[in-house]
Design a protein around this ligand. Structure first.
Ligand code: NDP
Length: 331
């Protein structure tokens, strides 16, 4: 039998956490034959709720679940974890300035970086979900220098999946027949959902999404804004933010990272920029990536038109500004 993998979920008593932990325990993240031990962290005011989640995990009798650690102690939570999904963060409340939220989250991610650095398994893979996700991941990277920078990522897979969903709805096609959309940049409303390289498989084979939709107007405006603003649309409908789709996409992100992407298919991940596509180094930016043997690599050589270039630069600029705001909060 395989050794269990230790998976940390921070903010585990929250909305996304509640949707995510049963998915992990059922094998949606690491596969149906991979036993797991869940490490759940939350803050003191959520301790009782966290214990309730632990009780439900026991009650669900998941065969793959080999143990549950539920704690408010960061060091205990991080001990020997192989995967860390960082969902806990300070939400923006009414009347709060961007800088106030940033300041709270920068200090949380700085502290958690140190805990992961000290206590996690040396090859731990980190996925940051809590907003501002790219910048939280960057701070985590800066303050956990012994964790390889390739191991620190943020979630843009939800945006990627939303783009696949919009295309499949528009074409009345199966979502599993659509692939290779790209989310460039920040997990924010400046993200750029790009369909220029996307394809859809029909009875006549693989077709370009742009050619088959043949409505540049829709693709260049409504499609982009729908994906960018989908989070707000869910809040409006549900009176709560998206949790099941965020949790499911977090599982997709880790599963593809660990087990690889199918041949000919890429996914979007927020990763540390190496300067690809002219995006400055030192930002966590969402790129198209393929994964193999537990490592991602940025898809190279895609043709970028002027329209895309401008949008890719706008979202990079926002990330550079967030980075300097984050650093000003540290000082
Ligand atoms: P959620 O579980 O709904 O969201 C958690 C984080 O994920 C938020 O930062 C949220 O950003 C972000 N997020 C990223 N993508 C999405 C998406 N597509 N849809 C929704 N959210 C997304 O929040 P809860 O308030 O229910 O839970 C947060 C948990 O974190 C609580 O249990 C709380 O106790 C804990 N917490 C931990 C802290 C710490 O570790 N020090 C500090 C504060 C809270 P956004 O805010 O933009 O929605």
């Amino acid at each position: 039998a395989k050794n269990p993998v230790r998976v940390l979920v921070t903010g585990a008593a929250g909305q996304i956490g509640y949707a995510l932990v049963p998915m992990i325990a059922r094998g949606a993240m690491l596969g149906p034959d991979q036993p797991v031990i869940l490490h759940m962290l939350d803050i003191e005011p959520a301790a009782e709720a966290l214990n309730g989640v632990k009780m439900e995990l026991i009650d669900a009798a998941f065969p793959l679940l080999k143990g549950v650690v539920a704690t408010t102690d960061v060091a205990e939570a991080c001990k020997d974890v192989n995967i860390a999904v960082m969902v806990g963060g300070f939400p923006r409340k009414e009347g709060m300035e961007r800088k106030d939220v940033m300041s709270k989250n920068v200090s949380i991610y700085k502290a958690q970086a140190s805990a992961l650095e000290k206590h996690a398994a040396p090859d731990c893979k980190v996925l940051v979900v809590a907003n501002p996700a790219n910048t939280n991941a960057l701070i985590l990277k800066e303050f956990a220098p012994s964790i390889p920078e390739k191991n620190i990522t943020c979630l843009t897979r939800l945006d990627h999946n939303r783009a696949l969903g919009q295309i499949s709805e528009r074409l009345d096609a199966q979502v599993s027949d659509v692939k290779n959309v790209i989310i460039w940049g920040n997990h924010s409303s400046t993200q750029y959902p790009d369909v220029n390289h996307a394809t859809v498989t029909t009875s006549s084979g693989e077709n370009s999404v742009r050619e088959i939709i043949a409505d540049d107007n829709w693709l260049n405006s409504e499609f982009i804004t729908t994906v960018q603003q989908r989070g707000a649309a869910i809040i409006k409908a549900r009176k709560l933010s998206s949790a099941l789709s965020a949790a499911s996409s977090a599982c997709d992100h880790i599963r593809n990272w660990v087990h690889g992407t199918p041949k000919g298919t890429w996914v979007s991940m927020g990763v540390y920029s190496d300067g690809s596509y002219g995006i400055q180094e030192g930002l966590i930016y969402s790129f198209p990536v393929t994964c193999e043997k537990g490592e991602w690599s940025i898809v190279q050589g895609l043709k970028i038109d002027e329209f895309s270039r401008a949008k890719m630069d706008t979202t990079a600029k926002e990330l550079a500004e967030e980075k300097s705001l984050a650093y000003s909060c540290l000082n």
